[in-house]
Write a protein that binds this ligand. Structure first.
Ligand SMILES: Nc1ncnc2c1ncn2[C@@H]1O[C@H](COP(=O)(O)OP(=O)(O)O)[C@@H](O)[C@H]1O
Ligand SMILES: [Mg+2]
Length: 147
């Protein structure tokens, strides 16, 4: 991901596909943003991280191998989380090894699920997904901006 180089503040975390992954990711995001002096973005960033990592964990189930950085690795891949910032915008990126792209669902009042990406949309300035070069899976990203 060539664009990573332009962000002065960067953090990277690999999360195993475990029940603790989502609370770990949330706590990590909160701590990193505090370290960067961006506490005011901690609440929305933590919620977005929670939704994207939850989706990434679910999408990883059943995967038996992955490619990342041109290298193939056997076994269930981790979920990878990047936090990038220029002190104003926080770009959250979550990679998982599933090639299927996320699709926002129609809002259905009868259904409990299908709201995560709506929440991401509401809390972020923009979001999207792309298939990185030299890797299987995809990155889902969202930009959270200071008011
Ligand atoms: N990382 C992902 N990989 C593959 N599919 C995804 C991913 N994230 C979301 N999706 C798809 O988009 C749908 C909507 O996601 P979301 O709004 O978070 O709702 P929910 O997680 O409750 O189903 C999911 O049901 C899934 O089909
Ligand atoms: Mg979800």
């Amino acid at each position: 991901m060539a664009a990573v180089a332009v962000w002065p503040l960067q953090s990277y975390l690999e999360l195993g596909v475990l029940p603790t992954a989502v609370p770990c990711a949330r706590g990590h995001a909160r701590l990193v943003l505090a370290e960067w002096g961006l506490q005011e973005l901690a609440d929305p960033a933590e919620l977005v991280v929670s939704e994207l990592v939850t989706n990434g964990i679910r999408a990883s189930r059943g995967l038996v191998g992955s490619r990342f950085g041109g290298r193939w690795s056997p076994g269930m891949p981790p979920v990878r989380l990047w936090l990038l910032s220029d002190y104003r915008t926080v770009l959250l990126q979550v990679w998982d090894g599933n090639n299927r792209m996320p699709t926002r669902q129609e809002l259905d009042p009868e259904s409990e699920g299908g709201r995560g990406l709506w929440l991401v949309e509401a809390l972020s300035e923009d979001w999207g997904a792309f298939q990185p070069e030299h890797a299987s899976g995809k990155v889902v990203w969202a930009a959270v901006v200071k008011p």
